[in-house]
Design a protein around this ligand. Structure first.
Ligand code: GLN
Length: 497
């Protein structure tokens, strides 16, 4: 029996009794065993727990209770999202011994929808990074070429989907952490509108930017996950109910009852995103995607987003400021790593934070404390907030001319492990196309659209707030007419050790 790539298709097989949730979970672990040694996508694997859970889920399926589009499908969760009783390390020594006593709301919702958790996935320490190289638990490798990075910070989740270890995974995105690894690994992902998904149980990096979202083999799988996790949660006051109709639209798309038609869709092409610094192969793949969309009836519109040059500095000022505040809770007293016996409390803080955090986290805490300090607040933090406001306005004006914005996701394809890690500024500049979306609180999707240097290239579609529907529709129309998303790295089949 061939197991499909798609989580939605796998769920259909379960529902029609072609395969059981237990068999599918067993298959998932055989894939994990085949590739995990080469890819290192996971921090914790949960084979016994998953098989126990699969048996419970199967009983519900047998009782006719498989009510969600993903019921009985194995999945993974990024290790900065809390699952009760399972370590949530956040890729850090600081939380290496932390086991949350509660579930994140997104996970609660997925449990109710029949999800089977097989592993917690690797990430850059505290989600700070773009290559999963800053994880305390080692580097995740790109399944297309294991000498290259998987991207980050949700590198483990993207690599696990790309290598066939899981059908879908949750990631989090503060400045591109779902989208950039999707681009690097040739898989699909959604960064939802700020507030569309509850952050309760997501270990905070920068609270005004963080969102949880799905990574999957295609955009329909991601839409299915989003339909489950989106919505108001009383435990997160920044979460809101999605605009009416999203559920119905997603359900009909998932069930493929209505044909997808994007005729007349206005696709904005920001010239400012296609200039210096963009790799030629990436540019060619994204421009080709624009042609494909045009061929499907969309019209291409030139738009301007001139403030993109301020996005990276504004993002790093704001994200680091929030991080320095959020990470002040790790003090060796309440939970997580503690350096142990010291002469006094101050020394305990210094030792714990000195030993528990890695270099990148320390750099950001220092930068954040600096921009928030009384002498520099106006010059940096306040300026950052002002730039953020202007960037939002740039997007709002652009959306008067178009319905979605097409852009690259990252300036390059996945680079070699170790190539950029010693140059933080170069790493930060890699976030140029993604961070402005978080600053403006907008939704964006990334889907594969070609190859450069034999590595996948992902295109980014950005939309209006709470208009995930249009993005998903456009992306699904693209995927129904192309085959980039069904291409798989050779590791998928061979299980190279
Ligand atoms: N690469 C960006 C950063 O390092 C984004 C990270 C993220 O989205 N979590 O901050």
């Amino acid at each position: 029996m061939t197991i499909p790539f798609s989580a939605v298709e796998a769920a259909k097989m379960i529902k029609t009794k072609k395969i059981s949730a237990i068999e599918l979970t067993t298959e998932a672990f055989s894939a994990i065993k085949n590739v995990e040694l080469s890819v290192s996508a996971c921090i914790t694997t949960l084979e016994n727990e998953a098989l126990d859970r699969a048996r419970v889920v199967q009983t519900r399926i047998d009782a006719g209770e498989a009510h969600s589009p993903l019921f009985g499908v194995p999945m993974m969760v990024k290790d900065n999202i809390c699952v009760k009783g399972v370590a949530a390390t956040c890729g850090s020594k600081m939380l290496g011994n932390f086991t949350p006593p509660y579930n994140a709301s997104v996970y609660e919702r997925l449990l109710e929808a029949g999800a089977i958790l097989t592993a917690k996935t690797n990430l850059d320490e505290f989600a700070m990074g773009g290559s999963t190289e800053t994880s305390y638990f080692g580097v995740t490798k790109n399944p297309w070429d294991v000498t290259r990075v998987a991207g980050g910070s949700s590198g483990g989740s993207a690599a696990a989907v790309a290598s066939g270890e899981t059908f879908y995974a949750l990631g989090s995105d503060t400045g591109g952490s779902i989208r950039q690894p999707c681009s690097f690994c040739g898989v699909s992902g959604i960064k939802p509108t700020y507030g569309a998904v509850s952050r309760y149980g997501l270990i905070a990096y920068a609270s005004s930017l963080d969102q949880i979202g799905p990574i999957g083999a295609d955009i329909r799988d991601c839409a299915a996950v989003l339909s489950i996790i989106t919505g108001k949660d009383p435990k997160d006051s920044t979460s809101v109910e999605q605009s009416a109709g999203l559920d119905e639209d997603l359900s009909s798309m998932i069930a493929e009852t209505d044909p997808i038609d994007i005729a007349g869709m206005r696709v904005g092409i920001p010239a400012d995103y296609f200039g210096d610094g963009l790799d030629n192969g990436v540019k060619a793949a994204v421009m080709n995607a624009a042609k494909i969309l045009e061929g499907l009836g969309a019209s291409l519109v030139d738009i301007k987003l001139p403030l993109v040059k301020y996005a990276v500095p504004a993002y790093y000022v704001i994200a680091c400021a929030e991080a320095s505040s959020n990470l002040s809770r790790y003090d060796g007293v309440k939970y997580g790593f503690s350096s142990g016996e010291t002469e006094n409390l101050d020394q305990l803080y210094v030792n714990t934070r000195g030993e528990g955090f890695g270099a990148e986290v320390k750099r950001r805490v220092m930068l954040g404390s600096f921009v928030l300090s009384s002498g520099y607040f106006d010059a940096y933090y306040k300026k950052g907030l002002q730039a953020r406001e202007l960037i939002q306005r740039d997007f709002f004006s652009a959306f008067e001319l178009c319905d979605v914005i097409l852009s690259p996701t990252a300036p390059t394809v996945a680079y070699k492990i170790g190539e950029n890690i010693s140059d933080p500024v170069k790493m930060y500049l890699g976030d140029i196309y993604t961070v402005s979306v978080n600053l403006a609180g907008l939704p964006a999707v990334v889907i594969p659209c070609g190859f450069s240097d034999d590595m996948p290239v992902g295109m980014q579609l950005t939309g209006r707030r709470f208009d995930e529907k249009t993005l998903i529709k456009t992306a699904w129309a693209f995927q129904k007419n192309t085959d980039f998303h069904v291409k798989r790295p050779s590791i998928w089949k061979e299980g190279v050790k």
